[in-house]
Design a protein around this ligand. Structure first.
Ligand SMILES: [Zn+2]
Length: 119
């Protein structure tokens, strides 16, 4: 069952803040090279369901491998609150780091394990 809710999120220092609409019954934990080191729990939303409330210049973009995903992080505190990419159908997507959302009880989440390391 899908349960959409509008939530706010931020990096640690607050220079990066956003509002988004997410389905927290659909989260993933991935074992790829960057997710395992960043310790993220992710959920994916269309770019139209994501609104950055702060200056985009607060973010630094990190890219590797095929350079199709923008692994953004706060240039001040280094927290990776979200990233941007493109879905297989070409639509713009945002990967939200659920750990950066306000008021979410992480113990209630049931992240689905994704084997990104083998993808
Ligand atoms: Zn920050």
């Amino acid at each position: 069952m899908s349960t959409l809710e509008t939530v706010t999120g931020s990096c640690h220092c607050g220079n990066v803040r956003f509002t988004t609409t997410v389905d927290l019954t659909s989260t993933i934990s991935c074992n790829c090279s960057i997710c395992r080191k960043s310790g993220m729990i992710l959920t994916f939303v269309p770019a139209t369901a994501f609104s950055l409330e702060t200056d985009p210049d607060a973010l630094t973009d990190y890219q590797f491998n095929k350079r199709v995903i923008h692994h953004l992080f706060c240039r001040t505190c280094g927290v990776r609150a979200f990233g941007r990419g493109t879905a297989q159908d070409g639509s713009e997507m945002v990967a939200i780091n659920v750990r950066c959302l306000d008021g979410v009880d992480l113990d209630t989440l049931t992240p689905h394990s994704v084997d990104g390391a083998s993808a």
